[in-house]
Design a protein around this ligand. Structure first.
Ligand code: PNS
Length: 174
């Protein structure tokens, strides 16, 4: 049984990873699918998000990372997926997720949405809040994997940004 786990992942959080791990135990194959959405102005490019997710999920043999645009249901059909995996953290997620699940069902009745709950310590965690806290200089330790924390610092810390800007492209990164 193939499942897709679609989302923006800007950036991937520990909550996403928790869900990916849970999904990998249930489905034969899990495709983490990053939406390429030209309308949004993301913090990380699709290529950066893909690289981070590939690094983070490399240890799961049945998980792979892909990108898509257009309708999720059409992508799922192309991937021969029977399931769309989504995480539900709190009641506040439910309305939006229910709407999406029912719209997807209307568009493709054979595709099921399966909701899973991340571990409770991630129940308040979202990429948007992580971006906001990081942008305002707060600690995001324990909220995102170390590699993502480093990438966020590179993007957002002006001192580190300047340091990277000064380095020649082929130079060694520290
Ligand atoms: O991580 P997000 O931003 O909550 O993920 C939202 C996502 C990517 C699942 C949703 O926006 C989506 O499925 N977009 C693709 C376009 C589509 O199929 N729209 C109709 C959904 S009902």
């Amino acid at each position: 049984m193939i499942a897709i786990y679609p989302g923006s992942f800007d950036p991937p959080t520990n909550g996403h990873l928790d869900l990916i791990e849970r999904g990998s135990h249930i489905f034969d194959e899990l495709v983490v699918a990053i939406l390429r959405n030209a309308e949004k102005s993301p913090l990380f490019s699709v290529a950066e998000r893909r690289q981070m997710l590939e690094d983070l999920t490399g240890r799961f043999a049945n998980v792979r990372v892909d990108t898509f645009d257009g309708l999720t249901v059409e992508y799922a059909t192309r991937m021969k997926a029977r399931v769309v995996l989504r995480g539900i953290r709190a009641i506040s997620d439910y309305e939006y997720e229910l709407q999406m699940a029912l719209m997807n069902r209307k568009l493709q009745p054979r595709l099921e949405t399966v909701f899973m709950m991340p571990a409770e310590q991630y129940s308040y965690l979202s990429s948007r809040l992580v971006r906001e806290v990081a942008q305002l200089g707060g600690s995001i330790q324990d909220l995102v994997p170390d590699t993502v924390e480093r990438e966020l610092k590179k993007k957002l810390d002006p001192a580190i940004r300047r340091q990277y800007a000064r380095k020649p492209k082929a130079g060694r990164r520290v």
